[in-house]
Design a protein around this ligand. Structure first.
Ligand SMILES: [Zn+2]
Length: 252
């Protein structure tokens, strides 16, 4: 036989969401508020959604950073900014979100967007730090620079002494004794011969070494200024648009 309800037990309203609750209820079933303590726990549905989004964060971050690093390294290898590669970063972030999140969630585009921005920054930083800028490659083709570089490299290899090397690169140098004069003449002939006998590939390698040295002497800010263009902004925006739009295509 059911006991009659206590006279004090009557329905109440949840102070957080206003849901009408049965007597003696301790937890609001709509918003998760604990009626006595006021603490609001996550509902099971929210907890699951949170897990989906957390997995999407991890997948998108890994995909976007991986794509950003690959893009940066490819640009360094190619010696060109490969600006369109920005879209690959956006696509990777969106793909990470789409594959990892089990269903649609309004936070997914934000996840893809944020990870894309991070991936783009990493890729660009790699390119700016290590790419050999075209201006350096152009300067490296200068015959005089190639000659001087060979002189300093031969001195570093201890094939010629410091005084000879210094005299070789100094146009105004006067040779005071015949011993030094003979050494300088010998070394100069050797270097001119080496320059003349270089294969196209050896010549490119030498120019690349010179260009890298020029790059390293140029400040990072200056390199960034020379490498970044309005096209970077355009491709960045395209990548971000892809990352923001694709997660909306989630079928569930
Ligand atoms: Zn409630």
């Amino acid at each position: 036989m059911p006991s009659s309800p206590e006279p004090s037990a009557k329905k109440t309203w949840c102070p957080t969401c206003g849901k009408l609750l049965e007597p003696d209820v301790v937890l609001c079933t709509r918003c998760g508020r604990h009626l006595a303590t006021g603490h609001r726990g996550r509902t099971l549905v929210e907890a699951r959604e949170g897990d989906h989004v957390a997995v999407a964060w991890i997948a998108a971050a890994a995909a976007a950073v991986g794509a950003g690093v690959a893009w940066g390294l490819l640009a360094v290898y190619a010696g060109a900014p490969l600006r369109y590669g920005a879209c690959a970063v956006g696509l990777a972030a969106a793909a990470g979100v789409l594959l990892a999140a089990r269903r649609r969630n309004p936070r997914l585009p934000f996840v893809a967007f944020t990870c894309t921005v991070a991936g783009l920054m990493i890729g660009k930083l790699i390119a700016v730090v290590w790419i050999v800028p075209p201006f350096a490659l152009e300067q490296a083709q200068d015959q005089r620079r190639m000659y001087e570089t060979l002189v300093w490299e031969m001195q570093a290899d201890k094939r010629i002494d410091e005084k000879t090397a210094g005299t070789l690169v100094d146009d105004e140098a006067s040779i005071d004794d015949s011993e030094t004069g003979r050494k300088v003449k010998r070394a100069e002939a050797m270097i001119q011969e080496r320059l003349g006998a270089m294969s196209a590939d050896e010549r490119r390698q030498l120019q690349l070494r010179i260009a890298r040295a020029i790059r390293d002497r140029t400040s990072l800010l200056e390199r960034a200024r020379l490498l970044l263009s309005p096209w970077d902004v355009a491709w960045f925006l395209a990548a971000i648009a892809l990352a923001g739009l694709l997660p909306r295509l989630h079928r569930r």
